[in-house]
Design a protein around this ligand. Structure first.
Ligand code: CUA
Length: 157
């Protein structure tokens, strides 16, 4: 069988690239210890046992300092627990969230709050709410038939 010279070059190039990428993957996994998020790091938890896993055994808002709050939320199909959060204006809220079932989103339109909430993982994000008003916490990951009705309220007084 005759293979054209340019085709040979292209084949060798393609196979070398494949080898290079596989070696890079192997080195980063085994020599550098890189893993996908969630594979047994400090944040991992059992999504089926949230009632007995702190801090998710007590979802809600707690004051942690002067104008500082921590909001612990559980996302589920189809809502958030708690479904209403109230804080005074100027407060910095550290959101700590996880999911009890599938992947959900956590977005507050009009702010930079936007992250994913995953089962078995804890997501953190801090944001300072200067403007009083009623904010919506939305799920922006399609999570099932009730996705569009999955929301909570954040009230800044
Ligand atoms: Cu939860 Cu969409």
């Amino acid at each position: 069988m005759h293979i054209h010279r340019l085709e040979k070059i292209w084949l060798v190039f393609g196979m070398s690239m494949l080898a290079v990428f596989l070696i890079m993957l192997g080195v980063s996994t085994f020599a550098m210890g890189m893993q996908t998020p969630g594979s047994a790091h400090a944040h991992a938890l059992d999504p089926t046992r949230l009632e007995e896993t702190a801090p998710f055994d007590k979802p809600g808002v707690t004051q942690t300092g002067d104008k500082e709050y921590e909001a612990v939320l559980i996302a589920y199909g189809f809502g958030f627990n708690p479904d209403k959060i109230e804080i005074p204006a100027g407060s910095t809220v550290k959101f700590t969230a996880t999911s009890s079932d599938v992947v959900h989103g956590f977005e507050i339109p009009g702010t930079t709050v936007n992250f994913m909430v995953l089962p078995g993982e804890v997501s953190h994000l801090s944001y300072t709410f200067d403007k009083p008003g009623e904010y919506l916490i939305l799920c922006n990951e399609y999570c099932g038939v009730g996705h569009q009705s999955m929301f909570a309220k954040l009230i800044v007084t």
